[in-house]
Structures are given as structure tokens and as C-alpha cells.
Write a protein that binds this ligand. Sequence first.
Ligand code: PBG
Length: 334
Amino acid sequence: MFEKLTLPIRPRRNRKSPAIRGLVSETVLTPADFIYPLFIHEDETNDPIESMPGCHRWSLAGLVGEVGRAYEVGVRAVVFFPKIEEDLKTPKGEECYNDDGLVPRAIKAVKEAYPDVVVITDVALDPYNSDGHDGIVEKTKDGDLKIVNDETVKVLCKQALCHAKAGADIVSPSDMMDGRIGAIRATLDRYHFEEVSILSYTAKYASAYYGPFRGALDSAPKAGDKKTYQMDPANSREALREAELDIAEGADMVMVKPAGPYLDIIRIIRDSVDVPIAAYQVSGEYLMIKSAAKDGWVDEEKVAMESLLGIKRAGADMILTYFAKDVAARLQAG
Ligand code: PBG
């Protein structure tokens, strides 16, 4: 027979009932944590996106309807991504600051229907740029592509101002050009938009997980890759450097993207700065869960919830996720 164990310390005591587990639980997800990314287009139809099951390219009316459904389950923040018609795309992406463009009209429509929803806009050229890059592309003498920083920043300032004029609460530069946070802050302030916040995509990695998103918007680079502006997945120290710069330039919040494969980066930034941190669970992370669930290998609801809990536990205050509406509904149901 076995001897009776002498074990004064038994961690399992803190897990012995749902009520005790509730008391000792450290991380709680709520619908108020989520930012819901929504795709929009010029058409009147709401088209399912093949590369992102469960997501649609919404008409403006469809967008307002979907924001309303998310609102009902407690989601109070949205971010828009436009699919721009091919004939409006140009090398310098001028359409991005057209006051009558798709994004300004979407901002107005949503703010009119739901004034208390936080409307966030993406600031970058890729949906508007005929080269499919986040910045303006120049060809060098040897035929290589160069993404020109300072000229791009000027256009991004115009884009951010256009979104602010239309009523955006937060502008969110996702382009990774140097110096764009300071330049956008100065532009917004000069035009009396001191109250418009900046959520900076601070540590945005050159990730293969963006594939389904680029399929949704037809926004993949026509040539080259994004490695001269997005960060190397091998690196963590430069994430901190980017965060310190963005905060010094006036960012109100910083973002890590993607989220799941970069939890250590969320934690490193959380431990070093005191501004709120957003994390973006990107299209590839979403699709992997959706696909595995579709084949019956994992429980979608539980895996989605666990993936988001992990991101929050790592130190994110808010999470951009295509699961926002579904998970919020689940959380509300208890
Ligand atoms: C582009 C942008 C991208 C995403 C958000 N903004 C793609 C990219 O950088 O190529 C990706 C989001 C996702 O994959 O869900 N400025």
C-alpha cells in the first residue's frame, strides 16, 4: 500500500469549485474590450468574403446594420477597411483623402446612427495605392522598389485629417512609416482636432498571417513585400523602440499586430510603457480557428474565447478581432 502523502501545499484547492475558480480568476474578457473590424465597399450588396468565413464586405446600409447587431451585444468600437474600386487607385493614393470617399461616408453613417460608438479608421495607403503598398512606391535605377517615407507621411496626414473632419474618434496609422505619429498629431492639432485620438500600429510585423485580409480587399502588394517598413518577426527590442518613439510623438494608444504569435511583444511593451495597448488578432489567426472548427477538430467558440483570453492575459487592454460580435454575444449570454 502507498503511504499517505504529506502535502501541505496543494494548488488544486484553489480550483475545487466554479465559485472558487471565479474568485481567483485573474483575467476577465468583456464586450467592452473589443474593437470590431468591418470591411466596406461601394456596392449595395453585402458580400460574404471567401477568405474570411463569417465576414462580409458591407454596403453602407449593411455596415450600419452590422454595427447595430454588435452594439446590441455590447461592442462599442469599430474600425473600417475599405475595398476601393480599381479605377480609383493611383500611385499616390489621392482617393484616401477624398472628403466624399467611402470611408468618410461610412464614418458619418455610423456616427449618425450610433453616436456613442467609437469609430476608428485605418490610416495607410494600401487600399488606395495602385502598387498595393502602404506608402508611395518609387523605382530605383536598378529597378528595385523603394517606399518613400516622408512623402508618404504628408499623404497620411491628409488622410487622417479627412477622417477627423468626417467625425472619426480615433485615427489609426497602420503604415509603419517613420515619424507619422508626430506629423499626424501636429496636423490634427493645427486644424483644431485636438480631441481626435491616435492609436498607432506600433509593432506591426511583416507577417504571413495577413493573407486572408489582403484577399478580402484585393490589396496585396503588386510587387515586392513589406519588409522595409513592417517589422522582422525575429525581433523584439525594436518593438520597444517603436513604442517609445510613438508615445513621444503623441500616440494615445499603441498596438501589437498580429496578436497570438506575438504575446511576448505585448508583455514586453506592457511592462515598459503606461499607455493602453491594443492587440490585433488578424485575419490569418481568425481563419485558422474557423477552418479547424469547420473540419470539426476544435470547438470554435471555446478556442476563440481562449485565444482572446490569452491576448488579454499577455497585457492587451483592447483587442481587434473578427470574433468581436460572436464572442461578445457569448459573454453576454453568460
Ligand atoms: C494595411 C493593413 C493590413 C491589415 C490591417 N491593415 C494588411 C497589411 O499590412 O498588409 C491586416 C489585418 C488582418 O490581416 O486582419 N495597412
